[in-house]
Design a protein around this ligand. Structure first.
Ligand code: HSE
Length: 366
């Protein structure tokens, strides 16, 4: 059995990966070793075929004993340890959730089912670095897989509504702290009218009392239309990733433009995206629906009516779920080739952990 080392398995993405691997009995297919940056020598999680003690995640000699390393530790760790391991001659398979290596020529961005065949080919060619894509990109591609497969898309504009979890566990808790602060202030004013309350809450959220250490700004009662750093193009880095990563995953011969505005909203762990899709030629709505519906086992087409949309196409309904719903699908008044859609996915499942789990299985079977 292959020796697989896990790093960053206690963080948010790592924990979701562990849950999914346990649920699917994946650990029976490997010898697993758990690495830690702070608790070397302590007991490892009790998992079938797992080494019983935690090993040091900073010890390249221990890491190099693994056939496969799976890192959910984050970009700084990858930047420090990955080049060192390769320099010291480790030739194993590196599977990573961080963005650090995504756009490198010797890395494959993984998204089974969308590029399963390409992953397989890359493994046969001896590629060693496999990296999960940005969450909004992976979720967009799963939702629109059917249209990309048929090479029908000329361009997509994606306006995102991204959950706090995408910024990290501390940010998720900060959002709840902000909500608590609002709730407490509201509870102290039971008789105030709506306009008076709005004034008080706006003053509160803009005051230094409001907890904003992680986001730097209020997210509760607010939206933040900038995610990640600034790019020379005027895009945020999150916006820039959409086109470059999606085209790399799809291995397109000519670039399919994908662009829009990425916005942080007060959802917990589901990213939503409002899409304008320009097709290369006009198509009937029923054809577009059919292609989307049948593309892969995880996409779920939600009928474009109010009750089903509000029941099934919200972050609250999709949180913790494996399926990726897409709805609000309709031809737009802009022209016959223009379609509107809205899609949501769990940012920690198909947005992060699941593509890693799938590629690990593929590597183990190769
Ligand atoms: N960059 C994403 C976000 C999360 O901030 O929501 C991970 O891809």
């Amino acid at each position: 059995m292959k020796r697989v080392g896990f790093i960053g398995w206690r963080g948010m993405v790592g924990s979701v990966l562990m849950e999914r691997m346990k649920a699917e009995n994946d650990f029976s297919q490997m010898e697993s070793y758990f690495f830690s940056t702070s608790q070397t020598g302590e007991a490892a999680p009790q998992i079938i075929n797992a080494h019983d003690k935690l090993l040091s995640a900073m010890d390249s000699k221990e890491l190099a004993k693994m056939d496969i390393l799976v890192s959910c530790q984050g970009g700084d760790y990858t930047t420090e340890m990955f080049p060192l391991l390769r320099k010291e001659g480790w030739n194993g398979i590196w599977i990573d959730a961080a963005s650090t290596l995504r756009m490198k020529d010797d890395s494959v961005i993984v998204l089974d089912p969308v590029n399963r065949d390409f992953i397989q080919e890359s493994l046969h060619k001896g590629m060693k670095n496999f990296v999960g894509g940005n969450c909004t990109v992976s979720l967009l591609l799963i939702a629109l897989h059917g249209l990309f497969k048929e090479n029908l898309i000329e361009w997509v504009s994606s306006m995102t509504y991204q959950a706090a979890s995408g910024a990290g566990a501390k940010n998720m808790i900060e959002l709840l702290d902000q909500m608590k602060s609002v709730g407490t202030a509201f509870a102290a004013q039971p008789a105030a009218g709506a306009l008076e309350l709005e004034k008080q809450m706006t003053t509160l959220m803009n005051s230094s009392e409001f907890p904003t250490t992680n986001f730097g700004h209020p997210l509760a009662l607010n939206v933040l239309p900038w995610i990640d750093s600034e790019m020379p193009s005027g895009q945020s880095k999150e916006e820039w990733k959409a086109q470059v990563e999606a085209n790399k995953i799809l291995q397109t011969k000519s670039i399919i433009p994908i662009d829009g505005t990425c916005v942080r909203v007060g959802a917990l762990r589901c990213h939503s995206q409002g899409l304008t899709i320009k097709l290369k030629k006009s198509a009937h709505l029923s054809t577009v629906e059919e292609l989307i519906r049948n593309a892969n086992p995880w996409v779920k087409l939600v009928s474009n009516n109010k009750p089903e949309t509000l029941k099934e196409l919200t972050p609250g309904a999709v949180s913790g779920k494996m399926h990726v719903p897409i709805g609000r699908l309709r031809q737009m008044t802009l022209g016959e080739e223009y379609f509107n859609a809205f899609t949501i996915g769990d940012q920690l499942l198909w947005g992060a952990a699941e593509p890693l789990r799938c590629v690990l299985k593929q590597v183990l079977q190769s």
